[in-house]
Design a protein around this ligand. Structure first.
Ligand SMILES: Cc1ncc(COP(=O)(O)O)c(C=O)c1O
Length: 432
């Protein structure tokens, strides 16, 4: 009996159509059908402001851009020199370990101990990520799947919502602007659904809401009671003002049973473009993230990791100085806005002022319309609150990334554009 022969690649391909070379056939429109996970994403609301800013700049206008939390100051020269020295070493150009070189992870553990009194095993409880955004997105892929839900702070840093959505999970949005209410709403939600993961983000982007250590103690208790994993996004840990220090969830006894935390060198260390972030905490969650990462990336360029070690080891004074820079900008902006009749909440941390749209504009304009007005009439770009979800409507977010003089100029231009209407509304409020 003869054995059936193995199929060849050729035999698996479809028969060529008789008229395969017909030019009409080649020109037939081809529909690109992307995956549902892409087509289901909502439109990117910041695109309109970005496009308008671009057009204005092309037309020669000097737009003062406060729309994005993109640090505009450089890292310390020492760190740049270290990067260049390491890049000049021919041994540093191959693939680096996907989860970060051990000496970098050790440095992160040592910073956690110094800053928050948290002990971490650098081998099993810390990994480096290509910025915390990549880490968070891949963490969602590692622990969320179809049918899972995750509680996400609202208004929302978009990557929190879409990280969950791209992992086929359901994002349950809960208002985070009052941390006590956030806790009680989490508890209420857990009575009806069983979230697999809860995200906490303080200092919060976009609202700059902060918490004290008690908040983390309470949320860890809830995780214990309801059995969810906790992900803390501590991106703004290093940008704090007026003596406020942002606590770490990992400092709570027992937190490592459920929690991981993301930190980053983007904000306090001015290394946003370098893409250096970390995930630390629960071993199994960290391991799951590591597993996903080894399938998707090869880890950070080794000279960046080497320079990041230098920054972590010797950079605390630079970080403190940079926080002072943001604090001064905050004062210039908040005081200036108050002078033109726009009173805003003064943030204790983060790179943002989350400003309620003032009357009379609030009652007749959406946040997108108000942001467009500021751009068109004041040459000042801000982010419309609606870009952070429905809970952000009624607000705009101003990032403290321009220097003090530019901020003073921005206030003057906003004052001119909003004109007397703002002053009249403010004095009517005072009078009655
Ligand atoms: C709350 C929050 N998390 C994470 C990130 C991402 O930071 P990274 O540069 O580390 O990816 C940002 C950046 O704006 C942020 O605002």
């Amino acid at each position: 009996m003869t054995q059936p022969s193995e199929p060849t690649l050729q035999s698996l391909l479809p028969e060529p159509a008789e008229n395969a070379d017909d030019p009409a056939d080649i020109e037939r429109p081809f529909e690109i059908r992307v995956a549902d996970r892409i087509s289901h994403l909502p439109p990117y609301l910041f695109a309109r402001i970005n496009q308008l800013t671009y057009q204005k700049r092309r037309a020669g206008n000097d737009v003062i851009d406060m729309s994005m939390g993109n640090p505009s100051d450089p890292p310390s020269q020492r760190v740049i020199d270290k990067l260049s020295e390491a890049a000049n070493d021919p041994r540093n150009h191959g693939y680096a370990p996907a989860l970060g070189i051990m000496s970098l992870r050790r440095e992160v553990a040592s910073r956690y101990l110094k800053k928050w009194g948290v002990r971490l095993d650098p081998e099993g409880e810390v990994i480096s990520t290509l910025g915390s955004k990549e880490g968070f997105g891949h963490l969602c892929l590692a622990i969320i799947g179809p049918g899972d839900s995750a509680i996400v702070p609202a208004p929302s840093y978009p990557a929190h919502v879409y990280g969950v959505a791209l992992a086929s999970g359901k994002a349950v949005l809960i208002d985070t602007t009052d941390p006590d209410r956030y806790l009680s709403d989490i508890a209420k939600t857990c009575e009806t659904i069983q979230p697999k993961m809860v995200i906490v983000n303080f200092p919060h982007n976009p609202t700059a809401t902060v918490v004290g250590p008690d908040f983390y103690r309470d949320v860890v208790k809830l995780a214990n009671r309801y059995g969810f994993m906790l992900v803390s996004d501590l991106a703004y840990a290093d940008v704090t003002f007026d003596g406020y220090e942002s606590p770490s969830i990992l400092a709570v006894d027992g937190a490592k049973r459920f929690a991981v935390e993301f930190t980053t060198m983007s904000k306090g260390f001015n290394m946003a473009g370098w893409r250096v972030g970390f995930c630390a905490g629960n071993r199994e969650i960290v391991r799951a993230l590591g597993t996903i990462k080894t399938y998707y990336d090869y880890g950070m360029f080794r000279p960046i990791q080497i320079a990041a070690i230098m920054a972590l080891r010797h950079g605390e004074a630079d970080v403190a100085e940079q926080a002072k820079v943001y604090e001064k900008r905050r004062d210039v902006l908040c005081d200036g806005l108050a002078r033109i009749g726009w009173n805003v909440t003064v943030p204790k941390a983060s790179m943002f002022v989350w400003a309620k749209i003032p009357e009379p504009f609030a009652s007749r304009m959406t946040s997108m319309e108000f942001a467009t007005k500021l751009l068109e009439e004041a040459d000042v770009a801000v982010s419309p609150g609606a870009g952070f979800g429905a809970a952000g409507e009624g607000y705009v977010r101003l990032a403290l990334i321009e220097n003090e003089n530019r901020l003073r100029q921005a206030v003057r231009q906003i004052g001119r554009a909003l004109g007397d209407e703002l002053k009249v509304a403010a004095s009517q409020r005072e009078a009655g």
